[in-house]
Design a protein. Structure first.
Length: 297
């Protein structure tokens, strides 16, 4: 049966060609798909372009033209941060300070930003607490007097310090400072106190001149490392040192009855400091001052 044999012979040849065109990886290549032995198999499309053949069961994906997508730029802060040494106006200083709620203390001194170093316990935190306790006790027994701890003070266009402690007479009772609608002290408090360890040079030079020029009437500096205090009182346009009284205490000229046993203060003997203060609070001068504040309401 020559015809049947021819058909069988032709089918066997086709099968052999198919087997020869099958790759070990499972690719099936039509006889026309080999491309000149270059090691890569292609199927020729109707348009005459060659494309790689696919594995069995793999779906061909239509790919869109590739576009490059730039990564999102680094997000810059809306308000620049405060940096020590920046020269700023007071308004710009406040804008940046308010945008940094994590920052607890920054000052503008002569137009330059100052950010204090971290606070140590015995060099700053503890003496600061003793100063506030002493002043706060006086304020508790003297109606019409306000005591502030680390309160921001708008002194002038180039200076916005944040003293460790401030005491002022209420504006409605004759005080020289005012309170702004947003609750800042505007103008000079009657008394400012600073704890000076690493900041002694700033407190006794830069701030001394700023407070004098803006008429802070009394300025107290506790030099912790020197175990000493300096109490300045404004007389006309200059600061003079407040002398010790006959009892060995400082007696404030602006706040009658505010007495300080400086030797006890620098020795961290707060109980003795408060005993001296109690004597001042019991003095006739303090009683007269309280009566005067009461009449000024």
């Amino acid at each position: 049966m020559p015809f049947l044999a021819g058909v069988l012979s032709e089918g066997g040849a086709r099968a052999g060609a198919a087997e020869a065109d099958a790759s070990p990886g499972g690719l099936v290549f039509p006889a026309s798909a080999r491309e000149n032995g270059r090691g890569k198999d292609y199927h020729h499309t109707d348009a005459g372009r060659a494309r790689p053949l696919l594995l069995r069961g793999e779906t061909e994906r239509m790919t869109a033209p590739q576009t490059s997508t730039a990564s999102a730029p680094f997000a810059l802060p809306h308000v620049p941060p405060l940096e020590p040494g920046d020269r700023l106006t007071r308004d710009e200083f406040e804008r940046r300070y308010q945008a940094m709620p994590h920052l607890k203390k920054a000052e503008l001194l002569e137009g330059v930003v100052h950010v204090p170093s971290p606070v140590r316990l015995n060099q700053h935190g503890r003496p600061h607490a003793d100063l506030i306790t002493w002043l706060g006790t006086y304020g508790a027994f003297t109606p019409g007097v306000l005591v502030g701890d680390n309160v921001t003070v708008r002194l002038d266009l180039d200076n916005e310090p944040q003293p460790d402690a401030a005491m002022l007479v209420e504006p409605g009772r004759g005080g020289q400072a005012q309170l702004s609608p947003d609750d800042y002290v505007v103008g000079a408090p009657e008394l400012v106190a600073e704890v000076a360890a690493s900041s002694a040079a700033i407190d006794l030079r830069t701030k001394l001149g700023i407070y004098r020029r803006n008429q802070v009437r009394e300025y107290l500096v506790w030099r912790v490392l020197d175990r000493a205090t300096d109490w300045f009182v404004l007389r006309q346009t200059q600061y003079d040192r407040l002398p010790l009284g006959a009892d060995g205490f400082f007696h404030s000229e602006v706040f009658p009855g505010l007495w300080l046993d400086a030797a006890a203060l620098v020795s961290f003997d707060l109980a003795t400091v408060l005993q001296a203060l109690q004597q001042g609070l019991a003095s006739p001068d303090h009683a007269a001052f309280v009566a005067k504040l009461g009449q000024a309401r």
